[in-house]
Design a protein around this ligand. Structure first.
Ligand SMILES: Cc1cc2nc3c(=O)[nH]c(=O)nc-3n(C[C@H](O)[C@H](O)[C@H](O)COP(=O)(O)OP(=O)(O)OC[C@H]3O[C@@H](n4cnc5c(N)ncnc54)[C@H](O)[C@@H]3O)c2cc1C
Ligand code: FES
Length: 336
């Protein structure tokens, strides 16, 4: 009664936000610029943090202009970091709400929401004899988490970025090369053009024998999956995508968010998650690419199309949809 209308935990949150038993949070303790548009954010997780496996990602909830937005970021610190802090490394993308906020405006002391780390883009228990890391742009982040965590006898990296100054962690990578812990090929796409996957024969002649982890834009990963499959070694390729591969656009239509009482016109290519957020509807979300199920919402009426497969889902009692990979396929009603 003393604390009404707030709960006692609301007051505890003010005094000790990272305490055991509270919702998992983290405090940003430092922001280190890496390149012109990327920065490493040092986070002290609260007491409930269970630790990560190299290569995994964490979902973080950040308040941007008064709205809590959730995004996924790979953990770039090693698992044995002594001070208990973890890092993520974020590349600001043009028009990106959370990435620009984190890279350009995040300040030490800021509290963020955290989920437990997750993801299966990880190293196996048994160390492979030969490793290839194939990365581009911000796709280097989960691999940096692996490189900092586990040493291999024979590890090669092929990394693509527009120019040398865009290569995130460049100094650290070159230190590893100088210490003979890594063989590195940088592909500077502004001058060299996009990496033609067939060039691997020349850059890494034994690529097919190597256990490979690849992360980067869809074009690179699609080409890699095709190439590894053509050579019958697809089980040696592990990929991580930061965005879903969208193959089909729907028809669009009028979308009603019945719990909020909002109705907006949607095209057939934009995920309902984005449509709802733009309309100011509080939408649950997580990875925003169809893997975590943090966005599932009942479809009350109408039909939606899965942007990855083109499959249509029609409303029926109990039908749930993933709003991050579903677009309107005609008029529909989302219970949000
Ligand atoms: C498993 C996983 C791990 C990830 N790890 C990292 C990481 O370590 N570092 C990192 O910087 N990002 C990472 N991401 C991407 C990150 O979660 C966000 O998608 C990214 O920061 C953009 O968010 P935003 O709010 O700035 O953009 P939004 O405001 O959501 O989007 C703005 C515009 O950019 C487009 N867009 C969204 N995401 C991307 C993207 N990745 N590339 C190009 N265009 C995009 C949108 O379609 C939209 O048009 C990861 C994603 C996943 C799923
Ligand atoms: S937000 Fe992760 S599946 Fe939709």
């Amino acid at each position: 009664m003393v604390t009404t209308p707030l709960l006692p935990s609301d007051y505890l949150d003010l005094i000790s936000p990272l305490r055991a038993g509270a919702d998992l949070r983290g405090r940003i303790e430092a922001v280190h610029p890496e390149t012109g548009d990327a920065a490493t954010i040092v986070i002290r997780p609260g007491r409930g943090w269970r630790g990560h496996t190299a290569g995994q990602y964490v979902r973080i909830g950040v308040d941007v202009d008064g709205r809590r937005l959730w995004r996924a970021y790979s953990i770039t610190s090693p698992t044995n970091r002594q001070d208990g802090r973890v890092t993520i490394t974020v590349k600001a993308i043009p028009g990106g709400k959370v990435s620009n906020h984190l890279v350009r405006r995040a300040t030490p002391g800021t509290l963020i929401q955290l989920d437990q780390p997750t993801g299966d883009f990880v190293l196996p228990q048994t160390k492979p004899a030969k490793v290839l890391y194939l990365t581009a742009g911000s796709g280097i982040t989960p691999v940096m988490g692996m490189l900092r965590d586990t040493e291999f006898d024979d590890v090669v990296m092929v990394h693509c970025a527009p120019q040398p100054q865009d290569v995130i962690f460049r100094n650290e990578l070159h230190d590893l090369v100088a210490d003979r812990k890594l063989r590195l090929t940088e592909v500077h796409t502004d001058t060299d053009g996009r990496l033609d996957i067939a060039r691997l024969d020349e850059l890494v002649p034994d690529w097919a024998e190597r256990e490979t982890w690849a992360c980067g834009p869809a074009g690179l990963l699609d080409a890699a999956e095709e190439h590894w499959t053509e050579h019958g070694v697809q089980e040696r390729l592990h990929t991580e995508r930061f965005r879903p591969s969208v193959v089909v656009a729907g028809d669009g239509g009028e979308v009603t968010f019945s719990a909020t009482g909002k109705t907006v016109e949607a095209d057939g290519a934009t995920p309902l998650l984005d449509i709802g957020e733009e309309a100011g509807v509080l939408m649950p979300s997580g990875c925003r690419m169809g893997i975590c199920f943090g966005c599932v919402t009942p479809l009350k009426a109408g039909a939606v199309r899965d942007l990855r497969t083109g499959e249509i889902t029609e409303a029926e009692p109990g039908v749930l949809i993933q709003t991050c990979v579903s677009a309107a396929a005609g008029p529909c009603d989302i219970e949000q």
